[in-house]
Design a protein around this ligand. Structure first.
Ligand code: SAM
Length: 292
């Protein structure tokens, strides 16, 4: 308990949130609700669940840190990006048993009709066993309050604060086994350098952690530069999925995850799963992906 209080104190020292205009505690230029269930969310959550499924095969307790947790549960919007993501898959989900674990996880938050989309903290919490532990960190007070309403499990803690600070405050975890999801909105020009600094600190403190870092692919060279820098940090796996060709001017051509210290078997598994996803989610009929 003492340690938990200390963790809460350190993570709660907010920095940065006040620098941006806020509406109901959320930065005005970022609401994940519009992006919920998008192709990028689908890729991220499939990779997250596949990683957890492998790591949870071992009986030892696991720590999971979600540094940019979001609201937790999103009511799918009529004109949201889910049309290009989960809604493309849901009606025909019986056709892709390889994605069964993901569909089952999303289905747990819905009746027969797809209405809500679970974010990363809920997906993680559902997967964890009683001996495991999740810490979800969210900087925006509105999203934090929303998450508190929907994430209620004895093994989950929610902190209001800066997820990058949590990398320092909460690592290494007492379990000595951990998965860390870093899923920033990339709306600040300084995001990439903050990410890199935070990650280097995290690796110094917890070298063996499994780090999942999500990134957008808008400009191919921009993404390649980020991947080159992140890849240099250690043993890694890079997973990318483009829904549009890289040279098409679109809001988001695709997204990727750089996984540091990927668990054994993840590359093989994603090599089977991601091509299927790419086939379903492509907008122009050509699947484009990378698992390497
Ligand atoms: C992409 S969304 C998270 C989605 C979530 N990980 C999921 O997969 O469902 C990014 C979230 O990070 C929050 N955020 C932005 N900067 C942050 C920071 N430095 N620390 C913690 N949260 C932050 C935003 O308010 C937003 O809710």
């Amino acid at each position: 308990m003492g340690q938990d209080r200390e963790e809460r104190r350190q993570v709660s020292c907010r920095q940065g949130a006040g620098q941006r205009p806020q509406v109901h505690g959320l930065p005005v230029n970022y609401r994940h609700a519009f992006h919920a269930g998008s192709a990028a969310d689908v890729l991220k959550h499939v990779v997250l669940l596949e990683t957890l499924d492998l790591v949870l095969q071992k009986p030892k307790p696991l720590f999971v840190l979600d540094t940019h947790a979001g609201e937790g549960l999103y009511r799918l919007q009529p004109e949201g990006e889910a049309d290009e993501g989960i809604r493309r898959l849901w009606g025909r989900r019986g056709e892709w048993p390889i994605l069964g674990g993901y569909f089952e996880a999303v289905g747990r938050f819905n009746g027969t009709r797809l209405r809500d989309y679970p974010g990363s903290p809920l997906l993680i919490s559902e997967r964890l066993r009683p001996e495991d532990r999740l810490v979800a960190v969210e900087e925006a007070s509105g999203a934090h309050a929303a998450l508190q309403q929907v994430l209620r499990s004895p093994h989950s803690q929610i902190f209001l604060g800066n997820g990058y600070h949590a990398l320092k405050a909460l690592l290494p975890p007492r379990e000595r086994r951990g998965v860390i999801l870093i899923d920033p909105p990339y709306e600040r020009v300084t995001e990439r350098s903050t990410l890199l600094t935070g990650l280097k600190t995290a690796l110094q403190r917890f070298r063996q952690g499994i780090y999942l870092i999500w990134y957008p692919i808008k400009d191919k060279r921009d993404a390649e530069r980020l991947v080159a820098v992140l890849s240099a940090l250690g043993d890694h796996l890079c997973v990318e999925l483009l829904t549009w060709p890289a040279d098409v001017k679109s809001r988001l051509n695709g997204s990727g995850l750089l996984i540091l210290n990927p668990p054994y078997g993840l590359k093989k598994r994603l090599g089977e799963v991601v091509p299927t996803l790419a086939q379903i989610l492509t907008r122009d009929g050509t699947p484009r992906y990378r698992v390497r």
